[in-house]
Design a protein around this ligand. Structure first.
Ligand SMILES: NC(=O)C1=CN([C@@H]2O[C@H](COP(=O)(O)OP(=O)(O)OC[C@H]3O[C@@H](n4cnc5c(N)ncnc54)[C@H](O)[C@@H]3O)[C@@H](O)[C@H]2O)C=CC1
Ligand SMILES: O=C(CO)COP(=O)(O)O
Length: 308
């Protein structure tokens, strides 16, 4: 937002962290080598967001409810909340836009998603993402306001499709990481990526998402990035599981969204009669219900079928 020329209030819940960022003009905990733009003002006072005309919600998916509840008290109802988290609420199986809509009835909601490692965006490497909102004017306006020389933001009306692509690709990345970590090879990774993507297409269709959205940046684009790169926390988590680490060791204290989302995604699919064997396998692996070798064997011994 700052690179696109907007004045930005950067809220963090930890007062020490906000103070440190204001003093050092950097975020030593998350992006240590990137200076904060002069137009970014860190704070830990939520009330300072009350004058903002849009909010980018960049907290873990499982914290969206808590933070939106607090925000609902300070934001005017016309201010759009743009969900940047990628996941599904674990305890309820809710899509994040439904969590937000419940807490801020009638207020505008959008989602920003796509292949974009935070560090790449922060240092101004070329990146393209999708911003979706059911209101076409809101989607186009927000996309234009966030776009800059390095970040290209496409707009879309398909909020559901964008959410499912972003949440689902993290689950697939864990599967791909596990295959690589276990030494199953690049062909296995390609097979998991392609068959996993077809699972995402099926579940998205069942929940009203458009195939075109899944084929775009927020679906295929992010699947390609996250399933192929060891810089992805989800992929790296899977890779460590594949090498024999426990779930806790494999996470290494980092946020692994796919580990929280896998079971919820698999349950959403089941509820609409959609088959997602790869997502089911990741859910079982993460919950400790199955080992990697038996999981791979089960996937490989499924009945042969036509490719869909
Ligand atoms: N890091 C990346 O490259 C990208 C991340 N995302 C998504 O953004 C979301 C956040 O991820 P990151 O920023 O990378 O995670 P992170 O772990 O680097 O940072 C999360 C931040 O949220 C704060 N936080 C956690 N729980 C909170 C709560 N209950 N209330 C207030 N603040 C809370 C943490 O203190 C931390 O500062 C995730 O859903 C992720 O999938 C999306 C695209 C790229
Ligand atoms: O969403 C991302 C890139 O688009 C970041 O992926 P990880 O959370 O796996 O690091």
């Amino acid at each position: 937002a700052a690179a696109a020329g907007a004045p930005v209030v950067l809220w963090a819940r930890d007062p020490d962290h906000a103070r440190e960022m204001a003093e050092t003009r950097a975020n030593a905990r998350h992006l240590p080598d990137v200076p904060l733009a002069t137009s970014v003002r860190p704070t830990s006072a939520l009330t300072e967001l009350s004058g903002c005309d849009a909010i980018l919600l960049v907290v873990p998916a499982q914290a969206v409810r808590e933070v939106t509840t607090a925000l609902a008290f300070v934001l005017p109802t016309h201010a759009p909340l743009v969900i940047c988290a990628k996941g599904i609420e674990r305890d309820t199986g809710f899509f994040l836009s439904d969590v937000v809509a419940d807490l801020r009835p009638g207020a505008p909601v959008a989602a920003l998603s796509g292949p974009s490692f935070a560090h790449d965006v922060a240092i101004g490497l070329p990146t393209a993402v999708t911003l979706a909102a059911p209101d076409p004017i809101l989607a186009a306006t927000l996309a234009a306001r966030l776009s800059g020389r390095a970040l290209r933001v496409y707009h879309s009306l398909d909020l559901r499709g964008v959410e499912i692509g972003g949440a689902g690709k993290n689950v697939l990345a864990i599967a791909c990481g596990a295959a690589i970590g276990r030494g199953l090879g690049e062909s296995a990774r390609a097979a998991l990526t392609a068959r996993g993507f077809s699972e995402l297409m099926r579940v998205a269709r069942a929940y009203g998402g458009r195939a075109e959205t899944l084929m775009g940046l927020s679906g295929l684009g992010d699947v390609v990035l996250t399933c192929a790169s060891a810089a992805s926390r989800n992929f790296a988590f899977g890779e460590r599981l594949g090498r024999g680490a426990s779930v806790a060791e494999a996470a290494g204290g980092k946020l692994v969204e796919g580990a929280f989302t896998a079971n919820a995604l698999s349950a959403l699919a089941r509820a609409r009669g959609v088959e997602m064997p790869i997502a089911d396998a990741v859910a079982a692996l993460v919950a400790g219900r199955a080992g990697l070798d038996e999981t791979m064997e089960a996937l490989m011994s499924r009945p042969l079928k036509a490719e869909d």
